[in-house]
Design a protein around this ligand. Structure first.
Ligand code: ADP
Ligand code: MG
Length: 232
């Protein structure tokens, strides 16, 4: 039986101060089933990245409820949300967000070490090998290509075995061929592990590879957009 792993109910959020504040999410409701892949599409500024931040607990909502992996995020303290996120959610960004003065191995291992993992460097090495970077463990991000840097970011995101992977335009900074390779890697790894994927993308080909597409427009889910049926 499918069970919901992400449940947003009538979520509203303003960002910024005073007169320049923006009503970014205007009553968004969204349910994502466990193991499903969902593409979030829509024009620039429609609130896609903010929606991902809400799912990750990186933005607190003004009203509405957010439940992720059975946990209501609304009532948690910042420390509780951070601990929850570390266990439950892996994040990949368009611009990789690696730490420049750490090697590939350290980028993956250090967060595991901070989380109290038994064998952070062993696990990091296995995860980097799994994304094809066995020969790049001691390279710094500046010594890696964009595609390689995104592989490190994917290894880092997946190493703690999160239930949910969120990816914000993960191929947006890559050329087409490399982008396709990274997309293949992302889809293969989440499928193997049964990880729920929420992916923001401007690439229709990438969106179509997801089980489902959700369109956003001006801070709302666009109910008039044809939502792709669950792929058979
Ligand atoms: P998308 O990812 O779809 O391009 P975003 O979620 O990044 O959209 O942003 C949605 C809207 O919220 C944009 O109009 C953006 O300018 C605004 N916004 C995002 N973050 C802030 C912020 N910290 N303060 C004020 N406005 C913001
Ligand atoms: Mg965005």
């Amino acid at each position: 039986m499918p069970k919901p792993v992400i449940e947003l109910d009538n979520v509203s959020l303003r960002l910024g101060e005073g007169a320049s504040s923006v009503h970014v999410l205007k009553g968004v409701s969204l349910t994502v089933e466990d193991g499903q892949s969902t593409a979030v599409v829509g024009p620039s500024g429609s609130g896609k990245s903010t929606l991902l931040m809400v799912i990750a607990g990186l933005e607190k909502v003004d009203s509405g409820t957010v439940r992720v992996a059975g946990q209501a995020l609304n009532g948690l303290s910042e420390d509780q949300v951070a601990a929850f996120r570390g266990r439950t959610i892996g994040i990949v960004f368009q611009s990789f967000h690696l730490i420049p003065n750490m090697t590939a191995l350290e980028n993956v291992a250090v967060p595991l070490e901070l989380a109290g993992h038994r064998d952070p460097f062993g696990l990091a090495e296995r995860e980097l090998a799994a994304v094809g970077l066995k020969e790049r463990l001691t390279h710094y991000p500046g010594e890696l290509s964009g595609g390689e840097q995104q592989r490190v970011a994917i290894a880092r995101a997946l190493a703690p075995e999160p239930a949910i992977m969120i990816a914000d335009e993960p191929t947006g900074n890559l050329d087409q061929t490399t982008g396709r390779q990274i997309a293949n890697l992302l889809f293969e790894t989440v499928r193997e592990r049964g990880t729920t994927l929420v992916l923001v993308t401007h690439d229709p080909a990438l969106a179509e590879r997801c089980d489902r597409q959700v369109a956003m427009r001006s801070g709302l889910i666009d109910e008039t957009a044809p939502e792709a049926a669950v792929a058979g």
